[in-house]
Design a protein around this ligand. Structure first.
Ligand code: FAD
Ligand code: UDP
Length: 368
């Protein structure tokens, strides 16, 4: 259930490697989950659910997806609009020199950070992560308000893992990611999904909420990649998710901004603007951009990493482990702030696990 990466990778593996018959359900009217992209009315390739940039250090994941798409090399770069300037984020040597009109060497940037850092004995929160390395001033300029807009929480109330996604550097590396493999599917994510799901054993039903049909279907095993709390009818309470309102625009000009994404960590209501042509490499006389306005209401896009939510999730996880023929996976099914590559890796691991004889049998009966 769920035709995003988690559900689709498992469908492909089980169909092609274990010769299983798969019924893939999704309540949306398209495959691809949150990675879905399409050509808008101006003929520009855009991502429906916000910018998706593929990056991974896993050769296994990169090679696996490479069976279903050619790649276009792409290294994402992001500028942050701070104090009236556009400066690189992650904070690095260029950021400090641009922001303060300095000409510091790498060594001097390290000394600059050391002089500003508020050293913490323990890194417990998303505030600690940043102030521990760069101090309060840069934290307030780049992280405090952006994080509040994104999560409606102060960074001190969020797990360290959230802002730890964005490193601090002393060199001049302006890239957003440093993973070994950084590339975009040459013809887009949706095309990659068509190839992934193109197997005679895979049948797809769109516009179908699994709850409406589950009692009508004879199945041996359910793989569930929707929100885990919904599966259990919220019996331990609702897990909080963050959503986003995406506001798109097409502009009658070839370019809009110098990099794929510009972050707005200060006063605007949106967090960032992305111009898709940087990501896709498409040549077009016009350009399409998207503004992201975070919100509590709407599709569940982001699990919110903090202790009280993990405690609720762990109750659902315990219940999930007692369901003999249902497997939970994906960003929503395991309530984890996972990137695409982590979801693919998780599904490949789950495939191996469920096809092992000892797991594939319950009470001596085959699960598949
Ligand atoms: P999803 O893609 O959410 O798929 C779950 C599917 O289940 C959905 O299609 C949903 O419709 C379906 N579903 C749910 N409930 C039901 C139901 N009751 N019945 C039927 N179907 C149901 N990752 C990166 O690596 N790089 C990025 O740059 C990046 N940018 C992102 C930007 C944004 C704004 C967001 C929200 C995420 C981003 N991600 C990025 C993360 C990426 O989207 C996820 O890791 C990945 O798409 C998760 O795949 P999934 O299959 O677990 O979930
Ligand atoms: N963040 C921030 N300022 C930035 C970029 C990121 O405060 O300019 C924080 C914010 O809390 C954000 C988190 O770091 O949610 C992770 O950033 P990332 O770009 O990885 O977010 P995603 O692409 O997943 O939305």
């Amino acid at each position: 259930m769920g035709a995003g990466l988690a559900g689709s990778v498992l469908a492909e593996r089980l169909a092609s490697k274990a010769n299983k018959k798969i019924l893939l359900l999704d309540k949306r009217n398209h495959i691809g989950g949150n990675t879905f992209d399409y050509y808008n009315s101006d003929g520009i390739l855009v991502h429906k659910y916000g910018p998706h940039i593929f990056h991974t250090n896993s050769k296994e994941v990169f090679d696996y997806l490479g069976n279903f798409t050619e790649w276009r090399p792409y290294e994402h770069r992001v500028l942050a609009s701070v104090d009236g300037q556009l400066v690189p984020i992650p904070i690095n040597q260029n950021t400090i020199n641009d922001l303060y009109g300095l000409n510091l060497s790498q060594q001097q940037v390290q000394e600059f950070f050391d002089a500003k850092a508020e050293k913490k004995d323990q890194i417990l929160s998303s505030e600690d992560v940043v102030v521990n390395v760069v101090g309060r001033e840069l934290y307030e300029k780049f992280f405090k308000q952006y994080t509040f807009k994104q999560w409606a929480l102060d960074p001190s109330e969020l797990d360290a893992s959230v802002t730890a996604r964005v490193p601090t550097r002393t060199n001049k590396d302006n890239r957003y990611f440093t993973d070994k493999y950084q590339a975009m599917p040459l013809h887009g994510y949706t095309k990659m999904f068509y190839n992934l799901l193109d197997h005679p054993n895979i049948h797809i039903m769109l516009n179908t909420d699994y709850k409406d049909v589950v009692d009508e279907i004879n199945y041996r095993t359910l793989i569930y990649s929707g929100p885990i709390d919904a599966y259990f009818d919220y019996c331990f309470g609702k897990l909080p998710y963050r959503s986003i309102n995406f506001k798109s625009q097409t502009i009658d000009s070839e370019n809009y901004q110098p990099t794929g994404t510009v972050n707005y960590p200060m006063s605007q209501a949106y967090t960032r603007i992305t111009e898709f042509k940087h990501l896709t490499g498409q040549k077009h006389g016009k350009t399409s951009i998207v503004f992201e306005y975070p919100t509590a209401e709407g599709d569940p896009y982001y699990p919110i990493p903090r202790k009280e939510n993990t405690e609720i999730y762990n109750q659902y996880k315990t219940l999930a482990e007692s369901e003999p023929n249902t497997f939970f996976t994906g960003r929503l099914g395991t309530y984890k702030y996972y990137n695409m590559d982590q979801v693919v890796a998780q599904s490949l691991t789950l495939f191996k696990k469920i096809t092992l004889k000892k797991v594939a049998q319950v009470n001596g009966k085959d699960l598949f």
